[in-house]
Unconditional design. Structure first.
Length: 115
């Protein structure tokens, strides 16, 4: 299983970005796909996740600003980030959890929010 993340960049505070994560490889089902981030000097944290059934989960810090969605046909998960804040600056990683609990990670994409 391979994950390719894209969509990061530099944006001013209050702006928006959409991250995409394309999953490829030989698998028929997955348990969930999600986005994590790791800011400077911080530990990696969950941002948002979506199950194969469409249930979503968000970190409190992004609720109401970020949305997560998936295109099952394309095996793609999206993270729409609105009202970005400087504290959202981080490397964003996507992951996928398989039915057997195996986890795979993408390479990360940098999001920088300027004040």
């Amino acid at each position: 299983v391979q994950l390719q993340a894209s969509g990061g960049g530099l944006v001013q505070a209050g702006g928006s970005l959409r991250l995409s994560c394309d999953a490829s490889g030989r698998f028929l089902r997955f348990r969930s796909m999600g986005w994590y981030r790791q800011g400077p000097g911080k530990e990696r944290e969950l941002v948002a996740a979506i199950t194969s059934g469409g249930d979503t989960n968000f970190a409190d810090s992004v609720k109401g600003r970020f949305t997560i969605s998936r295109d099952s046909a394309k095996r793609t998960v999206y993270l729409q980030m609105n009202a970005l804040k400087p504290e959202d600056t981080a490397v964003y990683y996507c992951n996928i959890e398989m039915p057997n609990s195996s986890l795979y990670w993408g390479q990360g994409t940098l999001v920088t929010v300027s004040s």
